[in-house]
Every structure is written in C-alpha cells, then in structure tokens.
Design a protein around this ligand. Sequence first.
Ligand SMILES: NC(=O)c1ccc[n+]([C@@H]2O[C@H](COP(=O)([O-])OP(=O)(O)OC[C@H]3O[C@@H](n4cnc5c(N)ncnc54)[C@H](OP(=O)(O)O)[C@@H]3O)[C@@H](O)[C@H]2O)c1
Length: 315
Amino acid sequence: MSSGECLEVRKRRFGATDAEISEIGFGAGGYWSNPALDASTRASLLWAAVRCGVNWIDTGPTYSGGDAERHLGELLGARRDDLFLATKVGTKLTDGGFVTDFTPGAMRESLQGSLERLRTDRVDLLSMHSPTLDHVTNEDTLGALAAFKSEGSVRFLGLSPAHRYGLDVARAAIASGVFDGLMLTYNVTSPPATEEVIGQAARAGIAVLAKLPLGRAIFDRSWRRVRSRADLWYVLRGLRTMRRAVLGSRKYGFLNEVEGSTAAQVALRYVLDNPNVTSAVPGTVKLQHLRQNIAVSQSPPLSGELTERIRRAAA
Ligand SMILES: NC(=O)c1ccc[n+]([C@@H]2O[C@H](COP(=O)([O-])OP(=O)(O)OC[C@H]3O[C@@H](n4cnc5c(N)ncnc54)[C@H](OP(=O)(O)O)[C@@H]3O)[C@@H](O)[C@H]2O)c1
C-alpha cells in the first residue's frame, strides 16, 4: 500500500535492462498538457499517480505544441530522480502541425530542447517518434542515437511507430538490436499481428509499452457523456482522427457489462494480462478515472471466456 488512496501499482522489468517501471505509466500529453486545463488539476493528477506507485511518465516535444514537456518540467523539481522519464525525438513543430526529421543535427537540437523544457540533464527513454522503415535502418540516425546514449543524456533508446505502418517498422527495429523499448498501439481492438510483434520484442529483451491502451475509451459508456470542455475535446478528437473506430465501437459494448469493472478497466486489464507487455500508458484528466486505471494493476486477470470474446471482436 503506497498511500491510503490506492494500492501500489505493480512493477515490471524494463526489457533486458536493470530498470523497473510501473505497469501503468502516466500519459503527459492529450488534454493533460492542454493550456485550457488548470494547473492545479494537472499537478494533482500527476502527484496522485506518483503516490500510487506510478514511476514513469510519457511525453513528447510536439505534444500540445511543446507545452507538455514544459508543464512536466515545471512540476517535477526534486522528484525528477525518482521517476523514469520518456520522451520522443524526430518530429518538429511547424505552423500547421509537425514534420519528421531524423537527421543527427535535428535530433540533437530536439533532445536539447526537451532537456531544457523538462529541466533535467538526461531522459530515461528517448523514442523515435513515428519513424518509417528508412529511418530505423539509417546508419547516421542510429549512430546519432547511440551517441546520445554514450554521452549520458539518454539512458535507453526506443521507438514509437505510427499506427498505420507500425508493425513493419517495429519488426525492423527489433531486428536491428539497437532499441531497448518499443512503444506500440495496443488495446482491445488490436489484431493478432500486433500480439505477434509484441512477443517478438519481448523475446528479444525489448520492453513493450502499450500506447493508447484504452483505444481512447470510445466504447466506454462514459465517453459519450460530454460534461466538460475536456470531454468535448476528446469526443471531437475521436471523431476527427478515428471516426471509423468510433462507428465500430458498438461491437465492444459487451465490455460495459462486466460486473464490478468499467469497460475502460476491462480494456486495460486485457492489455496488462499480456505477459509480454511491460507497461500501459493511459491518458486521463479525471482523478476518478486515474484511480480506476491504477486499481486495475491489482485486479485479477480476465476470464478466458472474456479474453476470447475480445479476441474474436478484434480479429
Ligand atoms: N506517437 C506516440 O508516441 C503516442 C501517440 C498516442 C499516444 N501516446 C501516449 O499514450 C498516452 C495515452 O494516449 P491517449 O490519451 O490518446 O489514449 P488512451 O489512453 O487510450 O485514452 C484516453 C481516453 O480515455 C479516457 N479515459 C482514461 N481513463 C478512463 C477511464 N478509467 N474510464 C473512462 N475513460 C477513461 C480519457 O478521458 P478522461 O480524461 O475523461 O478520463 C481519454 O478520452 C498518451 O498520453 C501518450 O503518452 C503516444
């Protein structure tokens, strides 16, 4: 028990390294880093997670226009050394969004900016953000990443491939032997091929971090209840970026029928039941949801029947 408010989140080893991270991480992106969220809510969410044993935080230089790292850096202070900080490299903000740039100079500049915003001299995990096959096999790029590691500004190297072509990129990255961590979209809607790649990574000693582990919770009953600006932001983002998944989410309605758990909790348990997953990193701006997510760490595995039903829906 880490505090009266929750049971401590369990830890898992970070691949073949000697680091241990909580099996649930803190997603410092999305609405958490949106300037519209008040600073005290942002702080209470982060510290509630940390009090419950969450010891790793995921962010990125382009999240919320650079504000995510800045907000995190302002909060961390002396607690930084207790936490495993993960950020990204290879994407740069532009007026209309972001562009990809994995050239050594651009990556060094990006990492320097991240360290300044995070107010630290090193990050624990630096992941290539949305690389293509060419990027993860480019010798100059890999050489520059290895240099960050030997210089001490980065502890471990990872990649976070974009959903569209992610599995091929992940397979090439696993084969390269360069990476310690793989961040992959993995949730109840993931096809069997995703689980195969996760298994390959685990066998190669690579830590697997599940991003979007709740599939943005579009199948959870609470998703359609728009009660705040944040709820509206999430629904609009869902309709803009994953309209097809939103329309297909009815297929997962049965997740809402599990006694004693919400649909989001069932979905998170499904991800954690995979022994090849090191950790899942959900995003939330609601304390109640944060606590529900954390409670999943101590919940029993799903029944075989429910797991099979989820697999059939995803196939
Ligand atoms: N390219 C990349 O590297 C990349 C891309 C995407 C995501 N990520 C990482 O993954 C993290 C999570 O991604 P995400 O936030 O987009 O997706 P997600 O965690 O799958 O879903 C977040 C959504 O689920 C809701 N939610 C969270 N807990 C809930 C609960 N217990 N019950 C009901 N609803 C719940 C949130 O709303 P409420 O706020 O209302 O709870 C939000 O709408 C990010 O913060 C980031 O660290 C990385």
